[in-house]
Design a protein around this ligand. Sequence first.
Ligand SMILES: [Zn+2]
Length: 258
Amino acid sequence: MVVVFLSLIVVIWVASFFKIFFRATSISRATILDDGKKNVMFVIAHPDDESMFFSPTINYFTSTACNLHILCFSTGNADGMGSIRDQELHRACAVLKVPLQQLKILDHPNLQDGFGQLWSHDLLTEIIEEEVTNHYIHTIITFDNYGVSGHCNHRDVHRGVLKFLQTNSGRNVKAWELVSLNIFRKYCGPVDIWLSILSAKRHPSKVIIINKQPWKSFKAMAQHLSQWVWFRKLFVLFSSYTYVNTLDRINPESNELL
Ligand SMILES: [Zn+2]
C-alpha cells in the first residue's frame, strides 16, 4: 500500500514537471499589465522574499521585457546580518535579471526586521508614494493580508500598499497580491500547479503564473547564503511558491479604510 502511494506521488511529480517544462502556459483570465505600461514594482519586506515567494512572477515579467523594480523595506537585520543580506539580495537580483539600479533596500530605524516590530502604515505609504512617482510605476505586486507565512512585516507591507491605493485613487496604479495558500497546498511542490489551475477556473479574476524556470529560483535563493540552510533548501524544493504564483487584484474599495 505504501509503495503504491509513493509511486503515485512520484508519477504526479513527474507529470507536474512535464507540464512545467513542456506545456507551461500561464493562465491569465485577467490582465496584469495594461498595454504599453511596463513599469512594475515588487514591494517586499526582507531580502529573500523575492526568491522564496515571488520568483514565478518575476521570471514571467522579465520574459515579457517589463521594467522591474524591487522595493525592499528592510535589510533583514533581525540577526545582525543586515549588511550581508543586503549584498545577497543584490546577487539574487543579478540572477533574476532585475537591474541593480532598480533595487532599493531601506534601512530605516522604524522599519526593522523582526516579529513584534510594527511598521507604520503611514510611513510605508509615504515611501511607496515616492517610489511610484519617481519611477512612473503603474503596477505593484506585493503580499496579501496574510503574507504567505503570517509574518507581521509581510502583513504590514500589504497594508502599506492598500493604504497607498486608498489615498491615491486618482493615480490609476493597479496592485496585485500574492495569494497565501493553506499548508497542504503550500508544501505540495509542483503538484500545486494543477490545484492552482482548478482554483482559477472557479475564480476567474485570479491570475496563475507558472514558473517556466524553477532552477533559476533555486539559483536566486542560493545567493542568500546566510539563509541557505538545509531546511530552506527543502522549503524551496517543496514550496509551491517556487513553481506557481496566484495573484489577485487588490481592490481598495472593498477593503475597510486603514
Ligand atoms: Zn520575509
